[in-house]
Design a protein around this ligand. Structure first.
Ligand code: PFF
Length: 479
């Protein structure tokens, strides 16, 4: 057995909470409901579940194996496995960096909303608008406050990650994740008893596969991209957490728990947002990216009074926990890559200094997203050209060139992630072979199950699935 002298998770519970924390994030509470809202409800849910079972679990096991077998973060891990694949490690580093540059902005916005509702419970109005539906526009076009909230969120992340795996991330997630579950349940129950909520459940669970007949590729591509992002796959975070996992813990069991919990939270978040849209917004579930902020704020406004503010606070607080437990895993993926390099070179790990440097870099590259109000417009007097303007493109409807968030997302979630996942699965299936996975999983003293299934997943289903996703993305972006 290989020995690593890195600090790791103190318990398997801590590992699961941290990994579930990484998986459960804005992708579940924001992305999942809004993509489901725009892609036909039940049809989307169905495809999502199929993909999570047939691709998600296998890739999750694969990443945990790579991390734990090497005991290293992505770059060093891939280098150790095969020099030829070191580039995958670099891709798995570029991806979290790009994602963090918009994730931190969104996290800051969520914090602002949580604080707004907390104060509103005590009668302090911080929204400052006559018509609450205009607040989102006012906030996102105020460059100064967007930047300030982003910075606050980055600093909190940095403080936790600087404290290390056991001392920072695990401690936060051990408390944060159970809290998140309890709050989810409270808000679900409250929304469920509102008149009209039924329509939301019908939309989510009523059997309707019509949308698959008209636009199968779009639903498939959206659901697959969402599934990878939501499970934190293809971006180095799970490899990194796997590298801290104790040799005696069971990888397959943990992977299934993470996938099930993540999917459960996505569905639970849908069970807040969809029925709330039916009960308070006349069934308008198509709020798109504005769903989390604009539509939900209208929901809490229409609930009214103290209870509206209380529910608003609970909701945004839970989104805050979800967001920060994800962003810290991304920051950890970046941090550990440098820490490992220092250790390899026989130097001191210097974790704190590395966290500070990455936090500053992320803050700088997050600026375009904060300043253009995640696409809501050029903000606060700063004339920030959109990517389309910058690249001299007249056609700004490609879904990647109209705002900075879409540009960063195109590079990371759109291209790097499917390419990385495709090559990783291919390498496991065809080069390192199944024994590579089986051996590591069985090193914790349990029998590997479903070998044939996993083998087909790595060899065929995942690489082909990712190729289809990539094709769908590229055609939608560039043609
Ligand atoms: N899984 C997170 C979410 O659903 O919001 C986002 C994320 C975290 C993606 C960590 C990738 C990652 F490595």
């Amino acid at each position: 057995m290989e020995k690593t002298n890195r600090e790791g998770f103190a318990s398997n519970f801590g590992f699961i909470m941290a990994a579930v924390g990484s998986a459960v994030g804005l992708g579940n509470i924001w992305g999942f409901p809004y993509k489901m809202g725009m892609n036909g409800g039940f049809a989307f849910l169905l495809i999502y579940l199929v993909l999570a079972i047939f691709i998600g679990i296998a890739v999750m096991v694969g990443e945990l194996v790579i991390g734990r077998k090497t005991g290293l973060s992505p770059i060093a891990a891939y280098r150790k496995l095969s020099k030829k694949f070191t580039f995958l490690g670099y891709m798995a580093l570029a991806c979290p960096f790009l994602i963090l540059c918009f994730y931190m902005v969104l996290g800051g916005m969520v914090m602002r909303y949580a604080c707004g509702y907390l104060l509103a419970m005590f009668g302090v109005d911080t929204w400052g608008v006559a018509d609450i539906s205009t607040y989102f526009g006012v906030f996102t076009t105020n460059g100064t406050s967007m930047v300030i909230w982003t910075l606050i969120f980055i600093v909190i992340n940095a403080v936790i990650v600087a404290a290390g795996i056991g001392g920072g991330i695990e401690k936060f997630c051990n408390i944060g994740m159970p809290c998140l579950f309890v709050i989810l349940l409270i808000v679900i129950v409250y929304v469920a008893v509102q008149p009209g909520a039924m329509g939301g459940y019908q939309f989510m669970f009523g059997f309707n596969i019509e949308p698959l007949k008209t636009d199968f590729l779009t639903v498939l591509k959206t659901a697959a991209g969402q599934m990878f992002f939501s499970l934190s796959l293809g971006m180095g975070a799970i490899i990194t957490y796997g590298s801290y996992l104790n040799k005696k813990e069971k990888i397959q069991k943990n992977a299934v728990i993470i996938v099930v919990m993540d999917t459960l939270v996505a569905i639970m978040a849908g069970m807040i947002v969809m029925p709330a849209c039916y009960a308070f917004l006349d069934g308008n579930t198509k709020g798109g990216p504005g769903l989390l902020f604009q539509s939900m704020q209208m929901v809490f406004h229409n609930m009214g009074g103290f209870i509206g503010n209380l529910m608003g606070f609970l909701f945004y607080f839970l989104v805050f926990i979800a967001a920060i437990s994800s962003s810290m895993s991304l920051l950890e993926a970046l941090t550990s890559s440098r820490v490992d390099r220092n250790v390899e070179a026989g130097k001191a790990p210097n974790r704190r200094k590395i966290v500070i440097v990455f936090a500053i870099l992320v803050a700088i590259f997050a600026l375009p997203n904060a300043l253009d109000g995640i696409g809501a417009g050029v903000a606060g007097g700063a004339t920030l050209p959109t990517p389309a303007e910058l690249f001299g493109m007249t056609d700004a409807v490609k879904g990647w060139n109209d705002c900075w968030l879409d540009f960063y997302d195109m590079l990371s979630e759109g291209i790097l992630m499917p390419v990385g996942a495709m090559i990783m699965a291919f390498a496991i299936g065809w080069i390192w072979k199944m024994d590579f996975v089986v051996e590591e999983c069985e090193s914790s003293g349990c029998k590997f199950w479903g070998k044939a299934f996993f083998n087909i997943c790595y060899k065929f289903i995942t690489p082909i699935g990712m190729l289809v996703v990539l094709y769908g993305q590229i055609t939608s972006y560039f043609f």
